[in-house]
Design a protein. Sequence first.
Length: 428
Amino acid sequence: MDFAVGFSSILMLVLLFMKVPVFIAILGAAVSYFAMHPELSQAILVQRVLAGSQSIPLLAIPFFVCAGVFMNYTGVTKRIVAFCESIVGNIIGGVGHVTVLVATLMGGLSGSNLADAAMEAKMLVPEMRKRGFSNAFASVLVATSAIITPLIPPGIAMIIYGSIANVSIGKLFIAGIGPGLILCVALMILVGFVSYKRGYRNPVRVDTSPKRIWTTFKGAFLPLCLPIIIIGGIRIGAFTPTEAGAVAIIYSLMLGIVYREMRIKDIIVGIKETILTSASIMLIIGAASAFAWVLTREKVPQYCTQLFIDHLNNAVIFLLIVNVFLLIVGMFIEGNAAMIILVPLLAPLAHHFGIDEIQFAMVVIFNFAIGALSPPMGTLMFVTCSITKCPMGTFIKEAVPFYILLVICLLLLTFVPVFSTGLVDLIY
């Protein structure tokens, strides 16, 4: 390795600390490396940026983003909220449990944690405040629940990881169900405990009769079929993960027709939202791909591999070090960008230590999901607080028990492989 790669890495961190847009910070690091190596053609930089964003599996990202956006205009969200409320509405902290369940079910529809956080912050935080929840607790709960989204299929993080590490995206979709459900149950337990201690109870009883459960289930049934269609279709070979995204779009449009709540105007707005969201993701992917090429050229992955092999030969210690490292990285670098840069370095190491590729993928994705909630640059924290007007300091203080819970769940995924690989082994 030479001085240029070290300088460009430090430059990237400095730019990120200065809150420069992520793709500019990463691209700036790659440009600085090429500037210090005049023998390299600038055309290579452009080629790497374009090549990084033109992978066929990555086409699934705009497809699933579009499907998720359209779902928000079909009346799906309110039907799922009604169904969740009919199940847990009268439990202590009822609307808090509804928030967690909605995030779990909607995660299988949108694939975008930021979109889910924004939607729940607008819909459910005001409702929680009406029922006695503090604004800070409601905000933290919404932001933390949105972490479930990258884990429940079809999470965008799984598509990116699979395309980088050459791991079956279909298997990753199935593997994410276990971690997503674990986090869902853990959050509901925490919500129940806090609600009991603080007296968060519904002032008015909610109708949770079997009749209402059945009625609301019928309304939510068609949207809830989408993850089953996606996973089932991929498993039987009816379509690829990329084609599944196109199927999801068609399905969401059909729901708009069935529910008669989507207008032509909504489709146009949805397409605009899809373009903006997808463009921001693909810009980061393209820039990160260029910087990943720099690291590969300087043989940084080989250097890191040899360093671990020479000084460490224990899978448990390796996983602990990786967890701490990724948690720190996730606090400062956007998860998708960090994944593109670091997965080519870490995946070979995991293979060397005999760690299952699916399990390791879930550990990496979960780490970066936690990073989206962590200060100083947690995107989920910023999005939620900007909508709910919760001060950052208050948010972080209220989030401490949630951080502890997330670390416990991370350790379970790290050292109990069956949570990640159990369903995959059963289905494949």
